[in-house]
Design a protein. Structure first.
Lengths: 360, 99
């Protein structure tokens, strides 16, 4: 957090529109105001504070887990939340929670970052690993299934690993940091895939707010709603220590296209990203569309809309040497399960997929 | 012209994992000033060792790369037309990575 070599310089360097005192350092995408570094910190942090206060996310004395990957989003979240906790006397006990997927050359390095964050922010750290929870590391999974669909395994397992870690830490709530760009990307991808009426979109959109009720444990998700640029700029100005290598197993091709598209839009119109999220929020699923019911997994008890949760289906496939189970849309764990899925989810094949109509 | 060029957010991987480069950029014959456009071309051919498409798109940076000139977003100073001065610090940060 140094003051850098900002020279008092050159004509045309405008003053900050908020304090009218210091030289502007960046433009807010939301308002296009030009603001200085100090006002940027203030606006950025207070915006998050406002989300917390308006949604009454926390109560004094609560134990809060922060999902920490070592990347920019979670590092900024951990830093800002511990700052705000101090500044506004939230009275929270904060913990860092990391998931070790078992990816050599990627996660082992990023966990080193989280371990440094533990010291830098003085927050206790808990690491849960896929190996301990599921008996498999991602390295082993990729060795078995190759580089197709591996992200499905990782995503499903991580979601559940975070919840299990939260239970081990006995935290009341879990917060995860997502940037606006990722959310906007997800909104676009879900629409492009025709998934608008499906549970995933709803879930993802709901996750952006505090999702108290849906999960078995009180487990809130906090949406920071900050543009990616701002998060990176914040992390750079504050000299935060984060890890920025792309996962070695994630080709992420289709996501890459959506990302480039969004970035091009942003260049033409800085508000575009926030506007896409707004559109995503405004989607309403017609009430005639049958939505899956929320129950519990018959095997592990985790929340699930099916007989078995996705993680158990995938794990069963791995352990039986049939890793394709649970990947496609029409494959179940066995015939019974398939029937069960048909019954509970309307149908799984495209022809008879219920998409419903959309109200705006 | 003496400049400090810094890469972050993974862009340093494109130039032998060196984050901070103290460089001396020669002005082209007859030119009196150096713009960001000139500097990008110079960086592209002198510092970036691999996968230049991760850094450049057309004659500008790839969307998703943040550019700060003396800790100020280059959008405020005219992007490619920003004029550089001796001892300026130019930072490139990729925002396109996991996290």
């Amino acid at each position: 957090m140094e003051n850098g070599d900002t020279k008092p310089r050159r004509a045309g360097g405008r003053l900050c529109c908020l304090c009218n005192n210091r030289r502007a350092a960046l433009k807010r995408p939301k308002t296009l105001e030009q603001i200085c570094r100090e006002c940027f910190y203030e606006v950025f942090e207070e915006e998050i504070h406002q989300v917390i206060v308006d949604n009454q996310l926390f109560k004094p004395g609560e134990r809060i887990g922060i999902g920490a990957s070592g990347g920019k989003d979670s590092t900024v979240l951990a830093y800002v939340l511990s700052e705000l906790n101090r500044r506004h006397n939230y009275g929270l006990d904060l913990f860092l929670l990391s998931v070790d997927e078992g990816i050599t050359g990627y996660r082992d390095d990023s966990l080193e970052t989280v371990k440094r964050n533990e010291v830098q922010y003085g927050l206790p750290l808990k690491i849960v690993s896929y190996k301990d929870l599921y008996g498999w590391t991602m390295d082993e999974i990729v060795k078995m299934i190759g580089l197709k669909n591996n992200c499905t395994f990782c995503g499903v397992f991580r979601r559940q690993a975070l919840d299990r870690g939260a239970a081990l830490l006995k935290v009341d709530k879990l917060v995860t940091g997502h940037n606006a760009d990722d959310i906007a990307e997800t909104v676009l991808l879900n629409i492009l895939r025709g998934d608008v009426a499906r549970y995933e979109l709803l879930l993802e959109i709901e996750q952006m707010y505090c999702n108290y009720n849906r999960r078995r444990r009180a487990n809130s998700e906090m949406q920071t709603f900050q543009n990616l640029n701002l998060i990176c700029t914040y992390a750079y100005f504050k000299r935060l220590d984060y890890f920025s290598t792309e996962c070695i197993y994630s080709p992420n091709a289709y996501r890459g296209f959506a990302r480039e598209f969004i970035k091009d839009l942003e260049r033409m119109r800085p508000r575009a990203i926030l506007d896409i999220i707004k559109s995503g929020e405004d989607f309403r699923i017609a009430t005639t569309t049958k939505m899956p019911e929320q129950g519990n997994c018959a095997r592990c008890g985790y929340i699930s809309s099916q007989k078995w949760c996705k993680a158990c289906v995938l794990l069963e496939g791995l352990n039986r040497g049939l890793p394709k189970i649970g990947i496609g849309r029409s494959r179940g764990i066995d015939n019974d399960h398939q029937k069960e899925m048909k019954r509970s989810n309307g149908s799984k094949n495209i022809e008879s997929k219920q998409c419903g109509t959309l109200d705006f | 012209m003496k400049l400090t060029i810094e890469f972050g957010g993974g862009l340093e991987l494109l130039c032998d994992s060196v984050k901070i480069h103290k460089v001396n950029v020669e002005l082209k014959n007859g030119e009196k000033k150096l713009t960001m456009k000139d500097l990008l071309a110079w960086v592209g051919s002198n510092l970036i060792k691999e996968r230049p498409e991760m850094f450049m798109k057309g004659d500008s940076v790839r969307p998703g790369v943040l550019v700060l000139v003396n800790d100020c977003d280059w959008e405020l100073s005219g992007q490619l037309d920003t004029t550089l001065e001796d001892e300026d610090v130019v930072v490139f940060i990729s925002t396109l990575h996991g996290g």
